[in-house]
Design a protein around this ligand. Structure first.
Ligand code: UDP
Length: 469
């Protein structure tokens, strides 16, 4: 009997990259009769959270863990994005070996990488697989990636110093250079060169699977699909999100606490798997939440100078509660609950007591908030999160963005005012709530049986199947 068509996935390190790829693989296996194998490069022993995901793969999805690459010769200040790209590019020969071990017993149809993994395309070409990118961010970000080569040629200063905002093709709002992703904010850093390299490589893929949906970013998706810059076909197939519980973390306490709170009364505060605040900022946030007099559930990580200190592990090394202001825990008793490092975010956002989300604007968190109709306070930290914050607050208008003061901090008063406005439905907040509820309905439609995203994914699968018969 002929084997099922198999799709190879190569994720770059980080939970935010792995989770949506796994969910896409599940759709391919459960809804389209394909099989999937994850070939997983790593830069050290795999983090616990990652192993839990790999080990709980359902039938039809397998994984091969590659030997870790060594980065002992990289300078300490090497950016995360450089490490992602080098992890994959240094693993190309072991990826080739892994693919070779599958070729005899599988009909390999496509290789899917994420946005930092385009160096693996050479392996796809050798084994005559189609080469696709799963783009785990917004259409706005994808458009900026395609536009980046041009920007590089015409902008001679650092982007953060650009005097005027500019338009990313297809986007309704202007962005400032300082809102472009972190890795491009220092042209002298190697991350810039690597980002540009990967951006250019997006053009050589056979197609891009975009984790967004037409009704969310209609104009941008349309412009991308016109392919005016010679882009490959773009398929909006989102929202693709993980659906539920993860083992190994104490999930019960915060959900039980939410059960006892009034409807829509709790602000969920979380900066994703990797986001960390400085000690000073952590202190301001604590005081701001206290001043707001609103209920909150806060996933606290120990402070760090770097904004993405826990990206690879999702866990704090030190007890985060030790860094909170004196007496804080006593003062907020009954009104606020703190959880160290990790919370079951999907269950929290889908809980009826949750009424707002102060988020770092990671794209998965943004989509999860939209899918559950929870309005946002947009507090971007790193990566492409500032572009997401622009999309959330200025284009979609489903969130409020706090101002950063002259010391580079979001001050306690600013936090308290925004939290109160959002949770009490004051002023613009009630419009925000209505808008996000409309998008919630559109998200459900997009991935329904007749939805645009469902149809787009089927189109891709049909293409894969037909080319490899
Ligand atoms: N997440 C979670 N609990 C946490 C932090 C994060 O379940 O305490 C999940 C969240 O639901 C999302 C992913 O981890 O699916 C984070 O992805 P995102 O793109 O928002 O941010 P990143 O962590 O990649 O910066």
């Amino acid at each position: 009997m002929a084997s099922k068509s198999c799709v190879i996935f190569v994720p770059t390190p980080g939970m935010g990259h792995l989770i949506p790829l796994v969910e896409l693989a599940k759709k391919l296996v459960f809804n389209h009769g394909l099989s999937a194998t994850f070939i997983v490069p790593s830069m050290g022993p795999p983090p616990k959270a990652q192993m839990e995901i790999l080990e709980s793969f359902p039938e039809g999805i397998n994984y091969i863990l590659l030997p870790p690459v060594s980065f002992s010769d990289l300078p300490d200040n090497t950016r995360a994005e450089t490490r992602f790209i080098l992890t994959v590019s240094s693993s190309v020969s072991s990826i080739r070996e892994a693919v070779n071990s599958l070729v005899a017993s599988n009909r390999l149809v496509a290789l899917v990488v994420d946005l930092f993994g385009t160096d693996v395309f050479e392996v796809a070409e050798e084994f005559k697989m189609q080469k696709y990118i799963f783009f785990p961010c917004s259409a706005m970000s994808l458009s900026s990636v395609f536009y980046f080569d041009k920007l590089d040629k015409v902008v001679s200063c650092e982007y953060r110093d650009m005097p005027e905002p500019f338009q990313i093709p297809g986007c309704r709002v202007l962005v400032n250079g300082r809102d472009l992703p972190d890795p491009v904010q220092d042209k002298k850093n190697d991350a810039y060169k690597w980002f540009l390299h990967n951006a250019k490589r997006h053009y050589v893929s056979d197609g891009i699977l975009l984790n967004s949906f037409v009704d969310l970013e209609a104009e941008t998706v349309q412009v991308l699909q016109k392919r005016e810059y010679g882009q490959p076909p773009v398929y909006a197939i989102g929202p693709i999100l993980h659906s539920g519980s993860r083992d190994g973390f104490d999930e019960s306490e915060c959900l039980k606490w939410l059960d006892d709170q009034p409807r829509s009364s709790v602000l969920f505060v979380s900066f994703g798997s990797g986001g960390t605040l400085s000690l000073e900022q952590l202190n301001e946030l604590a005081m701001g939440l206290e001043l707001s007099e609103q209920k909150f559930l806060w996933v606290v990580k120990s402070p760090d100078k770097s904004a993405n200190a826990s990206f690879f592990s999702a866990q704090s090394n030190k007890d985060p509660f030790d860094f909170l202001p004196k007496g804080f825990l006593d003062r907020i008793k009954g009104r606020g609950l703190l959880v160290p490092s990790w919370a079951p975010q999907i269950q929290v956002l889908s809980h009826p007591s949750t009424g707002g989300f102060l988020s770092h604007c990671g794209w998965n968190s943004t989509l999860e908030s939209i899918v559950h109709g929870v309005p946002l306070i947009a507090w971007p930290l790193y990566a492409e999160q500032k572009i997401n914050a622009v999309l959330i607050t200025e284009d979609l208008q489903v969130g409020l963005r706090p101002k950063v003061n002259e010391n580079g901090l979001v001050g306690r008063e600013e936090i308290a005012i925004l939290v109160k406005a959002l949770m009490q439905n004051e002023g613009e907040a009630s419009n925000i709530r209505q808008r996000i509820n409309k998008l919630k309905e559109a998200a459900v439609r997009a991935v329904g049986n007749e939805g645009a995203s469902t149809k787009s994914l089927k189109e891709v699968v049909d293409k894969w199947k037909s080319k490899n018969q």
